[in-house]
Write a protein that binds this ligand. Sequence first.
Ligand SMILES: Cc1cc2nc3c(=O)[nH]c(=O)nc-3n(C[C@H](O)[C@H](O)[C@H](O)COP(=O)(O)OP(=O)(O)OC[C@H]3O[C@@H](n4cnc5c(N)ncnc54)[C@H](O)[C@@H]3O)c2cc1C
Length: 403
Amino acid sequence: MDGIVIIGAGECGTRAAFALREEGYGGAISLIGNEPHLPYERPPLSKPADTGVHLKAITTAEAMEAVAINYCQGISVMEVDTLSRSVSLSDGCTVRYNKLLLATGARPRQLTCTGASRALDFRTHSHAAEIFRRAANARRVAIIGGGLIGMELAAVLRSKGLEVGIIEAAAKPLGRAVPPRFAEHLHRVHVERGVQFFLGRGIAGIEDGFVRLDDGAQVPSDLTIAAIGVVPDTELASKAGIATGNGILTNAYLRTSDPNVFAAGDCAAVSLNGAAHVRYESWRNARRQAETAARNMVGASEPLVSTPWFWSDQYDLTLQVAGLPAAGQETVVRTCPNGEIEFYLLDDRLVGAAGLGIGNAVARDIKLAEMLIDAGVMLDVSSLGDTNVSLKDLLKANRSAAA
Ligand SMILES: Cc1cc2nc3c(=O)[nH]c(=O)nc-3n(C[C@H](O)[C@H](O)[C@H](O)COP(=O)(O)OP(=O)(O)OC[C@H]3O[C@@H](n4cnc5c(N)ncnc54)[C@H](O)[C@@H]3O)c2cc1C
């Protein structure tokens, strides 16, 4: 049966399957996922409720059945053959396709030090279940990696009363994705809550009961977790002869080097307007790319248009970052009740906005900032920082000026 095959039933693959039906596609859809569950959301794994980690399903078996999405649960695609346009499955079946979407996501980067296998990974529901099961009987936790996932996990475990140490090779935590103002703020909050940081240090080895650092120091640990980032899952693609680099390479239409194969989500490195290939690891990116890929697989010719956006919850604080803040941009800060926003401008145009606040304090303003970024209009820097000028009014004024 020819149709559309989607490899990977994560946020991206699942969204793509439904988006195909929303576009009116009536052919066969096979959604093949190697995890033993219904498709589920990853973000809640590092933000579990007091009752512990639970599986938040993206959809139900009935919802997929209702729109004839053939979900192959717990099945791996072993090989892609682009000549016969078919995929071979771990259950021995072969499925042919007209169009194929690679939504294989990413895998945890592996430690290479001695005793590396003592550290638990953190990517899947099974990983999270094991971490929280072991945390229930642990007193001291070492988290290797001070990125977003490591810091979120530290917040949860510290709030449960565990002693938490974060070991980070860089001089500061959160350096990769979070603007310095808010990375420093979050670092401070963790220190105030009693998280210990071991910065600028590498790992010499993981032993029973402690992590040995490269300067000889020991970080006591009954439970060690590796959160040192992910690598895109490109194996199937490269074996099939599809171009890969820091991800499966696609053009702006999410088409790979094979015209019948698309890639989207954490596994895809996308080139917009002929620029370098860029990969984003975020929930919304997975959904937006899924929707664009779905439309293009059924005949549209639509380049990806998506302002990057992600969030992170740590203690009672929520961070949101929209657009592409970068060093060297002009910045201006606006305070709001229970939070603060920093705007990033290039040639008087807003290109990014980040906010940190209690609960949803910055959500509305970040949404409006995103609209201002998308509008691409020239802005007066002082008005962005002036709390007497509402962002909604700024947006309205720019819209009527453009009309
Ligand atoms: C703990 C955690 C917390 C996060 N929190 C946030 C957050 O707060 N905010 C945010 O914006 N983002 C967050 N993210 C990131 C976000 O969840 C990811 O960007 C998103 O899930 C990517 O979706 P995806 O479908 O591209 O990849 P994935 O979710 O990785 O799904 C890919 C799926 O494909 C399967 N697969 C791979 N190879 C095969 C094969 N050969 N055959 C069959 N199946 C295969 C994989 O097993 C996997 O199930 C978080 C991620 C994690 C892990």
